[in-house]
Design a binder for this molecule. Sequence first.
Ligand code: HEM
Length: 198
Amino acid sequence: MKIFPLAALALAFLLSLTPAPAADSAASLPTEGKSNTVCPISGKPVNPKITIEYEGLTYAFADNACRAKFKAAREASLYHKLGGKAAIDAAVEAFYVKVLADDRVKHFFSDINMTRQRRKQKEFLSAAFGGPIPWTGKDMRKAHANLPGLNETHFNAIAENLKSTLEDLKIKPELIDQVMAIAGSVKDDVLNRPKPGK
Ligand code: HEM
């Protein structure tokens, strides 16, 4: 029965979108050639000797337990299983080729800076799939609030393009299912539907 793991994934995803405090989130991320000063797990100052390399960046931690937790989270993540940054960046590029050729939805993007859009989508999906960098952009309601006429048919067309992109890239079906569960979990927000109980 697939429903429980998918629901758990969707919940984990929504929780992962809870923004971290702005000041800490910058200090808890390394930049090229410079490691972070705040532990991304505990929020405490780091011990600069306790580090890990991931995708060319050096992450530092407060203690070994935080380091182990970070490593386990990275290895277990959908992001990692999909192939990390390179794979997700390539998938988003291919996805927008399909979207911009799709008469059902391409008009929504006619005035949009697609360089920025591709970058934002890479960042968003990377965070949503459990990548190391949290999403700090707009929430999905705000991002889609000014798209007149946006409805479920459009959402399903976008989801279909995402799925067929991943199929073209020969991603394993069980991973595609997980991606689609995460995409489905933002549907109500993208369509600005009222929240349950409101
Ligand atoms: C799984 C579903 C979707 C996800 C994950 C998603 C994700 C995103 C993200 C991350 C942004 C950028 C937010 C920012 O600027 O910080 C964005 C903007 C946008 N999305 Fe989506 N989106 C989804 C569905 C859709 C659909 C169904 C449409 C229309 C058919 C759409 C059209 C747009 C447009 C036009 C923008 C740019 C808005 C602007 O810059 O004013 N999106 N989306």
